[in-house]
Structures are given as structure tokens and as C-alpha cells.
Design a protein around this ligand. Sequence first.
Ligand SMILES: NC(=O)c1ccc[n+]([C@@H]2O[C@H](COP(=O)([O-])OP(=O)(O)OC[C@H]3O[C@@H](n4cnc5c(N)ncnc54)[C@H](OP(=O)(O)O)[C@@H]3O)[C@@H](O)[C@H]2O)c1
Length: 226
Amino acid sequence: MKVCIIGASGKLGKYMVQQALDRGYEVVGVCRERSAIKLDAFKGRITLIPGATNNREVIKKAVAGCDGVLTVLVPWGTHQYSSGTAQAVLDFAQPGARLIFSCGWHITRDGRDVYPSSLKREEKLARLLGGLTRIIDIDDQVEACRRIFASNTRWTVVRGSDLEEGDSQGLPVWSRHVGDPILKSNLTRRVDFALFMVEALKNDELIHEAPAIVGRQTPSALAYAQ
Ligand SMILES: NC(=O)c1ccc[n+]([C@@H]2O[C@H](COP(=O)([O-])OP(=O)(O)OC[C@H]3O[C@@H](n4cnc5c(N)ncnc54)[C@H](OP(=O)(O)O)[C@@H]3O)[C@@H](O)[C@H]2O)c1
């Protein structure tokens, strides 16, 4: 299995690199040139292609021959960073490759998610601040996911809850809609978000799904299990 990890130098990306290597996968990583140093611990064990993740030439080279692509979708800047990244992956990944994208609960696939008011407030604030500072563009991440949902590639969009650091609690549980009781705790260990992404590469039941995830040891997940 050869996998490309786009956004490899971030917190989620580094967990995914480690977990892919642990499974014996060949790993190609993409990250900004200035962040390559963050991947020094993996030197000699992965192929690193430095560059902006919305640079189509960079992505074309990185995903060549990969059976799976794990993409960290981030809404940075005002230059279609998210949608440019997603589009390049959709355009250049080899036919049949498993494409797994990360995002947050704020993305909705069918409009049937029911959001807690705290999350609605956070999103509103992020949009407001993003518009004023031009540091982030939430709507571009929404556009990125719209394009993924419309594509006929073998995609999965993993929607992360609030995140925390800490040891793994195992594979997160998931549901199709935010608002489902199992998700109420709204917390996942970042290492387990990565685990869900990497495991999704081999889980065909997740093709064309946008699972919203939550830690399997959280109260809402445990209550549901009972
Ligand atoms: N943080 C949360 O609470 C949360 C909650 C739910 C879902 N998520 C999702 O989880 C995923 C990972 O997010 P994360 O917050 O945990 O952070 P993360 O894993 O550290 O990833 C952030 C990514 O953004 C890149 N980045 C940072 N500043 C940038 C800039 N100015 N221009 C371009 N790229 C830049 C980083 O690359 P460098 O290494 O080059 O800086 C890194 O690849 C995302 O898809 C996010 O939507 C996050």
C-alpha cells in the first residue's frame, strides 16, 4: 500500500504518518517547505515533497501511484487553499484510489445535521474574524467538501469533533448526523482522529460517507454502547 499524506507536518498529519508507517505502508508526505523540519523524525522513512498543498503540480507528483490519499483540509488564507487542495487531489489521484479528507463537524453533507448552539456561535465567529483578518476562509472549506461530495471518486470526508491530545482510546465511533445522541460529548483524541482516517483507507463501507466522529471512551459513546 502506498499512501500520500497531504498536510503531513501538522498535528493530525504527523499522527497519520506514524500510523501509516506502523502498518508498513510506503508514505509520501506533502507539506509547506518551511515546515519540512517538523518531519525530521521520519527522515529516510518517507518521501517528502515540499510545497503548498493547493499547488497542482506538487499534488500531481505526490499522488502518482498512490493507492490512498489522506488529506488534511484546512481553510487557510483567501486563495482557495482548501478547495484548491481538494480539487487537485480529485483531479490527479489515480483512478480507484481511496481518498480520505479531514474537516470539522461544521461541514454538512445533506443539511440534516443539528448543531449545538455553541458550535453555531463558534462558526459565526470564525466567519466574522476570517472575513476581517483574511486569515481563514471557512466557506472555501465548505466549497472543497461540496466538490468532494459531487465527485465520483472513492471518497470519505471524516468530520472531527473538538479535539484533545492524549493517548489513544481506540477507533472513534461515528454517526451520519451531528445531533445524534452518540456524538453529544463532542470530543475526540487527535491521535484517534488520525486512526479513523488511516483505517478508512481499508473500510469500503465508508466510501461516499461523511462520518462525524467522537471518542469511543466519551460518555455519549459509552452510553450508546450500553
Ligand atoms: N483543531 C480542532 O479543534 C479541529 C476540530 C475538528 C476538526 N478539525 C480538523 O482537523 C484537521 C486538522 O486540524 P488541526 O487543527 O488539528 O491542525 P493540524 O493538524 O496542526 O493541521 C493544520 C495544517 O494547516 C497547515 N497550516 C497552518 N498554517 C497554515 C498557513 N498559514 N497556510 C497554509 N497551511 C497552514 C499546517 O501545516 P504546517 O505544518 O506547514 O504549519 C497543517 O498541515 C483539519 O482538517 C481541521 O478542519 C480540527
